[in-house]
Write a protein that binds this ligand. Structure first.
Ligand SMILES: Nc1nc2c(ncn2[C@@H]2O[C@H](COP(=O)(O)OP(=O)(O)OP(=O)(O)O)[C@@H](O)[C@H]2O)c(=O)[nH]1
Ligand SMILES: Nc1nc2c(ncn2[C@@H]2O[C@H](COP(=O)(O)OP(=O)(O)OP(=O)(O)O)[C@@H](O)[C@H]2O)c(=O)[nH]1
Ligand SMILES: [Mg+2]
Ligand SMILES: [Mg+2]
Lengths: 275, 292
């Protein structure tokens, strides 16, 4: 009988290790282990333990999910932001392509006027996706690009506007202020816009993703998350921690560098991939 | 922060007797949490804590330090030692023109770092030559060319139809003609599990025989850092690491994971988006950042 108990402890440590190495974070992992060890007395083996964990994680992910609001007015404006190199520009290309394939008219506003060749990069994606692009050129005012993008979209009867912004670390106050300015410019041109503020996170990022989500949310109000690079070996477990603390829905996952490599977030698939 | 937590754990122990197994356990539990929250890999933490415990056991509590401070001192010392106790330079030996190869995952900062390294090389009196080897990412070649123009550093006129190995070979000839002595090979970001693309890196390395191969890794990388480092190192035998985006608030525990797995030095850190934002790596500063 004592033997069985010992196995359980090793097993629990193994499971905790699995959670932590999935980037779920030590606090959230401990909390999850606490919840299932309450049920552990009724559980007879590792498979049941895993299923219990999956259920707990699913309940966290489901609690923070919410359907995309269809408000029917045109254009629907999506502002895309996040730290450097996470995949914002590529994700915009993918989103634009899927909307065009659904028969929508898409316009992209090239509001990253800072990074070398950011506009050239976005132009290639717009071309591949079949979307229009509005740009003012490097070192111009990003808020003005966003504003003009919305204006052009309204005039042309565009369905969807995607606003690309420069990568920025969430700790840089002046860059966060610039982001607020871009948002204000969008709202000025179209009062309910931006309708979606999409934070892009890299699945290989560890606990810092929580800090990113917190500060971007505080600054500008994030309405959805896109998690990229899930085609690697990282599990992206940090989104579980984010969902349990902040209730921001995970909308999309990026699973590669090609234009079709975007999927709607499926909590069940995600949780199964964790184990 | 960790100091406060350790001090409260050891409050009752002030200044008398040895560090016992029990109070070390409690203190190290806090250190373990701090390291995991800092993104150090689970297995790396486990081994590290065990090593610390052996060292801490039976030590006399120093008169000048609280037991909490003493544990921190031991941890700090061990971490600093682990990360390499001295600064390591770029390897620049070999017949001219030499090559420095930049490799890593998508978006880690390779292209920007290539620009930064060219400034660094110029400052040391060398003549860098930038080589765009990324034929996949839209406008990657334009990106490096624009950086080269900003810095007045020559850039090989790659085009996306060329084979990456051929680009490198022709760039070496072109660099020689321009009187440049150091090629910076900016390769495409890739997954360490992409066999074809990892093989491409090996072909580039075999062709160019680089003096240094640097893994450019993001400071905010989580537990996956061990997988990434292990794969790139076993494929290429890297010379060192550049940790980018250190100007954020990521604790950077990936540095410990990478160093433990590869035993290769972190040579530089990226501290911003501007081309001047490259600094040499200081192990002691990194340790206290990771411990929080
Ligand atoms: N494997 C993989 N790579 C991706 C994915 N999404 C983006 N990338 C790659 O990540 C790198 C960076 O992508 P970008 O779209 O330039 O990222 P960004 O956030 O716009 O970068 P900045 O504007 O510089 O902040 C590129 O090499 C992309 O091809 C993904 O889902 N999987
Ligand atoms: N804040 C900060 N940003 C950085 C640093 N290094 C690079 N970046 C930014 O990170 C983003 C990605 O940099 P790139 O140089 O395009 O990265 P890459 O590794 O070449 O990307 P791929 O070629 O797509 O794999 C850009 O927005 C850079 O400006 C750094 O040290 N600090
Ligand atoms: Mg971008
Ligand atoms: Mg690059």
């Amino acid at each position: 009988f004592t033997g069985k108990r010992e196995i359980n402890n090793d097993l629990l440590e193994e499971l905790e290790e699995h959670l932590i190495t999935s980037d779920i974070g030590v606090q959230t992992s401990m909390e999850l282990m606490r919840r299932i060890s309450k049920k552990a007395s009724k559980i007879s083996g590792i498979e049941q333990l895993k299923e219990a964990l999956k259920e707990e994680i699913l309940s966290i992910l489901d609690a923070s999910s919410s359907p995309v609001e269809e408000h029917g007015t045109k254009p629907h404006v999506i502002m895309v932001l996040g730290v450097n190199g996470v995949g914002k520009t590529t994700t915009i290309g993918k989103l634009a392509a899927r909307s065009v394939l659904e028969g929508k008219k898409v316009l992209i506003a090239a509001a990253d006027t800072f990074r070398a060749a950011a506009i050239d990069q976005l132009r290639i994606w717009a071309d591949r996706a079949g979307a229009e692009i509005v740009t003012h050129g490097e070192r111009t005012d990003p808020a003005a690009v966003a504003y003009d993008g919305i204006e052009a979209a309204i005039a042309r009867g565009t369905d969807i506007v995607l606003v690309d912004t420069a990568g920025r670390l969430h700790t840089k106050v002046n860059l966060m202020e610039e982001l607020k300015k871009i948002k204000r410019a969008i709202s000025k041109k179209l009062p309910d816009a931006p309708h979606e503020i999409l934070l892009v996170l890299d699945a290989t990022t560890g606990q810092n993703a929580l800090s990113q989500a917190k500060l971007f949310h505080e600054a500008i109000g994030v309405t959805g998350i896109a998690l990229t690079k899930l085609d690697g070996t990282a599990k992206g477990g940090i989104v579980i921690s984010i969902c349990s603390h902040m209730k921001i829905p995970l909308r999309y996952i990026g699973i590669g560098e090609k234009i079709e490599d975007l999927q709607d977030f499926d909590p069940t698939q995600f949780v199964n991939a964790l184990f | 922060n960790l100091s406060d937590k350790l001090n409260s754990v050891f409050k009752k122990l002030k200044g008398h007797g040895k560090l016992t197994e029990k109070n070390i356990e409690e203190g190290l539990r806090e250190v373990r949490m701090a390291l995991l929250e800092a993104d150090v890999h689970y297995a790396v933490v486990k081994k590290f804590i065990n090593d610390i415990k052996q060292r801490a056991l039976g030590q006399e509590v120093m008169a000048s330090l609280t037991p909490g401070q003493q544990i921190i001192k031991i941890v700090n010392d061990e971490l600093t030692k682990l990360m390499g106790s001295r600064h390591e330079d770029l390897s620049l030996s070999g017949p001219l023109p030499i090559s420095i190869m930049l490799v890593g995952l998508q978006g880690s900062g390779k292209t920007t770092t290539a620009g930064k390294l060219s400034i660094f090389l110029k400052k040391t009196g060398r003549k860098p030559y930038l080589v765009p080897v990324d034929v996949y990412r839209p406008a990657a070649i334009d990106q490096l060319r624009k950086l080269g123009d900003q810095l007045s550093v020559p850039v090989f006129p790659s085009n996306p139809e060329m084979d990456p190995v051929r680009i490198c070979r022709e760039a070496r000839i072109a660099a020689q003609k321009e009187g440049c002595d150091t090629l910076l090979l900016d390769t495409a970001g890739r997954l360490h599990i992409d066999e074809a693309l990892m093989a491409e890196l090996c072909r580039i390395r075999d062709e160019m025989q680089p003096s240094d191969i640097l893994l450019v890794a993001d400071a905010m990388t989580g537990q996956d850092a061990v997988n990434i480092a292990k794969s790139f190192d076993s494929a290429l035998d890297i010379g060192g690491v550049i940790l980018t985006k250190m100007d954020g608030d990521a604790r950077g525990g990936a540095a410990i994971s990478i160093k433990t797995i590869t035993d290769k030095p972190i040579k530089f850190i990226g501290v911003g988006e501007k081309l001047n934002d490259l600094e040499s790596f200081h192990p002691d500063r990194m340790s206290s950042r990771i411990l929080g």
